[in-house]
Structures are given as C-alpha cells and as structure tokens.
Design a protein around this ligand. Structure first.
Ligand code: PLP
Length: 377
C-alpha cells in the first residue's frame, strides 16, 4: 500500500461492537473476565489497551517495522531503550542529539554504570573509533536538532552489524513520511510523537519501532513493567493525526524550502541551515536517504541582538519550545532546548547564541515571510 493509504487504514478496524469507523477511546483501567482463568485477552490497561494497540500498529506500518511500542513521551521511550543495556556497557551516541536525551543519558543514566561516548557521527570514522569491547549500542539522530547534521544510516547500520551492536535512530525530525531508518538496517526507530506524528501541539508521546523479535520482547516487557504508557485519549489524538501526516509533511516541506531560500537570499542571516539547500554540506546524503527535507530551518543571525530582534518581534511565529505542529514556532536553542548542554559543547558544534530555529508550519508562506521580514526591519 502507499503511504497515505497505510496512514489512514493501518491498525484500524471498525469497532466490533458498534461498527464505529474511528477506533474508539477505550477509557478503562480493567476488563471483565469471562470466568476464572479466561479473559478476552485484555486484562489490565497498563498491559493492554486497544486504542494504544491501534496506534502502535499504525506507526509500525508507517516505519516499515513489525512492532510499535508506545510511551508517555519521547523521553520515556528514550529511557526505556536503556533496558537493552546494563551496568558496565558503553553506548556511542551522536553529540548533537535532542537536549533532553543528553540530559537523561549523560547527567542521569551515567550514575547507573552506563558509559556514553558523544561523537560527531557525521563522520563515520568517529563512530568506529569510539567502539570499545564493552560497546552495546550506537544511537544516532538524523537530521539533528538544531544543526540539521546528517548521519549516514546505511553506513551506521553496517558498522553496528559488523560489531554486533544494537543501532538506534531518533527519526522525530523527518517523520516516517520522509525517512525510514529500518529500511537501511537500523534496529530501532525512536519518535517523539509529540512532534510531526501528532502535529497539532496538543499531546506528549513517544514510540519505539522495531522488527527484531528479541528487542520487541524486551521493550514490550519494560513498557508493562515500568508502565510509562500514554493515555488512551492521547493515543487516539495521534491516531487521528497520522491520517493527515502525508499532506501535512508535503506542506511543511514546501513552506520550509521557500522559507530557507528567502532567508538565504534576504541577507538578514549570516548562515541558513536546511538540508534541502544545495549549500548544505550533506545535501547529497540527504537526497540519498530522505524522501524530502522536512520542515525545520535554522539560521545564524550573527549576533545575539539580531537573533533577539527576530525572536521578540515575530507575530505569526510563536516563541516556544517544540516543533512539528501545524503552527509555526520559533526558538532559541542555546537558552531553551539546549540550555543543559555545556556552552563549550554547544560552541563546538556551532550552536551559538545567535542561532535561531524555525519550525515552519503550514500557514500561508507569504504570511510567514512577511512576518520575519517585519520583525527584522
Ligand atoms: C522532542 C524530542 C524528543 C523528546 O520527546 P518528548 O516527547 O518531548 O519527551 C526526542 N527527540 C527529539 C528529536 C525531539 O525533538
């Protein structure tokens, strides 16, 4: 099936009781059992919830995977991943991942005997050189937030296989519409469904997707054992949203592309970063492993004052953390999403105080361009 057909139908059957076309919100904590030792297969809602299962199946299909395991947030999914490793193990991870991932792993999980090497994974040699005898996992995010650096997914998955390591890709920025890491041999895809998958800025959610039976078994176990599950209502909202993922992503991309070109040509920004621009250092890789370039654009305005001017004076773009919603958002990574990353680490990767990140929404592009133009004048 094509992507949109799957997005609208996968994992969803008319409700067996009423025929309701839309999967209902099964808002219950427990289920009546037929007789002692004989249940419907549903016993307790931390373990089983039909709305959640429908969402898990839906997103698994979109990511070309067999299993989806839903969590209450992207970071709950990120945390659950650490149940695949144990004290004494080592993980090689991209140095420019989501700020919350850095905070969770480096400032917290390290206390539990796990060790992390933060490497620039745009160059595979750095990943390879960081592998040790106790390495168990390679974790990448591509494109990264907010520098939009890419990692070669096929190369990473081959390196992982050669060394018997689990490979993980945070695919939040591209959504399954533009990129499917499992098709390059990556073992696990991670999503913050809070972003493009839900797309309406009204829930927090996460998902892990895999086709590996053993990995699925372990993560499914921890989903129930630790219980970081999303609510049926939140699952229902994401399931409602994936139906329009294709049309939303197309418009996000069209707008972001026009917006990035406008900013580049305007002379307002010192540097514009968008994988769809020919001057992006990894434009060729982007064309190879992505089916589009997404809706995120970053720009360095040269000074904090200039950055503040645009951040404080836009009227349609909303100053807020997060991304991937239908409405355009603007943010200042150095003081917002990446405040917990030490300044020297930020500077090393070009995440300066003058960098502004745009989550380009699906409003009329003329209005978005006019908005930024008036803010900068
Ligand atoms: C937001 C985000 C996360 C964390 O997800 P939450 O749903 O906020 O917990 C992880 N990775 C990326 C790339 C994100 O943008």
């Amino acid at each position: 099936m094509g992507f949109s057909t799957d997005a609208i139908h996968a994992g969803q059957i008319p409700d067996p009781t009423t025929g309701a076309v839309i999967t209902p919100i099964y808002q219950t904590s427990t289920y009546a059992q037929h007789e002692l030792g004989k249940s419907t297969g549903f016993e307790y809602a931390r373990t089983h919830n039909f709305t959640r299962q429908a969402l898990e199946k839906n997103i698994a299909v979109l990511e070309k995977g067999k299993y989806g395991i839903a969590f209450a947030s992207g970071l709950a999914a990120t945390h659950a991943l650490m149940n695949l490793v144990k004290a004494g193990d080592h993980i090689v991870i991209s140095n420019n991942v989501y700020g919350g991932t850095y905070r969770l792993y480096e400032l917290n999980m390290k206390n539990y005997g796990l060790d992390f090497s933060w490497v620039d994974s745009t160059d595979l040699k750095n990943v390879e050189n960081a592998i040790r005898p106790n390495t168990k996992m390679i974790y990448v995010e591509t494109p990264t937030n907010p520098m939009l650096n890419l990692t070669d997914l096929k190369a990473v998955s081959e390196l992982a296989k050669k060394n018997n390591l689990i490979s993980v890709c945070d695919n939040t920025f591209m959504s399954p519409y533009f990129q499917n890491p499992l098709t390059f041999g990556i073992d696990i895809v991670l999503h913050s469904t809070t972003k493009y998958l839900n797309g309406h800025s009204d829930i927090i959610g996460g998902m892990l997707i895999t086709s590996d039976e053993k990995i699925h078994e372990r993560i499914r176990y921890i989903q129930n054992a630790a219980g970081g599950v999303p609510s049926p209502f939140d699952c229902w909202l994401v399931l409602r949203s994936t139906k329009t993922l294709a049309v939303r992503m197309k418009q996000h991309e069209e707008n972001a592309n026009t917006f990035a070109k406008f900013l580049s040509e305007s002379g307002y920004a010192k540097k514009v970063i968008y994988p769809g621009l020919k001057n992006h250092p990894q434009h060729e890789l982007a064309k190879k492993q992505m089916r589009g370039f997404g809706g995120m654009v970053s720009a360095d305005f040269g000074s904090l004052d200039a950055a503040k001017k645009v951040l404080n004076n836009v009227k349609i773009f909303t100053l807020a953390e997060s991304l991937g919603g239908v409405e355009s958002l603007i943010s200042h990574p150095a003081s917002m999403t990446h405040a917990s990353v030490p300044k020297e680490e930020r500077d090393k990767m070009g995440l300066t105080e003058s960098l502004v990140r745009f989550s380009v929404g699906i409003e009329d592009i003329e209005d978005l361009i006019a908005d930024v133009t008036q803010a900068l004048k």
